[in-house]
Design a protein around this ligand. Sequence first.
Ligand code: PHE
Length: 451
Amino acid sequence: MKTERGNFSSKLGIVLATAGSAVGLGNVWRFPYMAGENGGAAFILIYIACIFVLGVPGMLSEFIVGRHAQANAARAYDKLSGGKPWKLVGYLGILTSTIILGFYSVVAGWCLQYLFASVAGQLGGDAHYVKNYFQEFSSSAVEPVLWGVGFIIVTQWVVARGVKAGIERASKFLMPILLILLLVLVVASCMLPGAVDGIHFLLKPDFSKLSGGVLIEALGQAFFSLSLGTACLCTYASYFTSQTNLLRSAGQIALLDTLIAILAGLMIFPAAASVGVSPDSGPSLIFITLPNVFQQAFAAVPAVGYVVSVLFYALLVFAALTSTISMHEIGTAFFIEELHLPRRYSAWIVTTCASVICVLSALSVGAFDLKLMGMAVMDFCDQLTANVMLPLGGMLTCLFVGWYVPRQTVSDEFTNHGALSNRFLAAYLFAVRFVCPVCIMLIFLHQLGVI
Ligand code: PHE
């Protein structure tokens, strides 16, 4: 049976859906706390280098594979390699994205719960109250599980509607709202008294915090934030049209993604500095520190504090949703094409697998002491995917396109069969053949203590 493949219908739809995948909790939750823990601007500089030197060529490679093959990730690598084991890279991507979907939904579920709590005015109280609130909620055996799995089901609802009517439409609606909310919050935060210290923290590098560990964290964060190495970009590229300018799209998306991460920093750190909160409070920054910051910062006009907090959690939920949609779509596309299942049933398979990971992750940081290799399941999944599976997937994709895929195919996709200039083709090939694999390898070896 031949399955009808969907397509994005417009240029804007393509950029917004792919940017929607890239922009997510990685930008608004993970990036600020990582920058906070790793020296602010110093980390950001390395991060930006990773995005543009390694990330953009990596994105472009996934785009080339996906658009050329017009198939799900596993089949795409299979097609381009003529049946050689390269399809394992596709399988790796599908596995990685399902694991990420599982633990990411735990945090997305917390955001959803906080959105409801902020609407209901339950986040008001002193610092001690807010901390207790988070600890009680996240350590319950039921609530985080329900919110997390609920989030996956909402995701499945969008994905099941298809590429155009579900994914593209949701992105076109959610992404502009997200940008507007973010800008409003940045302005509100930067206008607070004492906000300057937070801005300094973001812009003045503290190189003393830099170490080899920070390098791999920056690389992992860059790949995570671009959704790179999960075959997600490859799957979305299979819905691109033959006119899509791949290089320009990769550049635009990387730029937008970086800009939004920095704006998220400009939203969080000035507000935190204004009430004297340290920026390095880790993953709980947005759940413990910020509700408190909003209240103190807008103590004179509590209604503004209320609105800001509702807007902030709405922003997080929207950002998370466009990303979970993309993670979900990778597996869904795979089951549709490989098992010839209707989209709805394929989506249910992904929902079920991700929900198992979500439940274990949620419980591991709350009600039960579930550990894998000495880490809570949730942290294990986070570290394993961001610091190992994503760089590995990205590196293999670069090697594949750089060394294995015929030069003519790469050139055809790069220039849309001659319609676009090939000015940067040589630089791109040099990056994917040498720069990306060598840099990623060096960072890996360093992490393992070999160099
Ligand atoms: N890029 C997303 C974010 O920053 C996360 C993501 C990772 C999405 C991998 C898809 C695949 O939140």
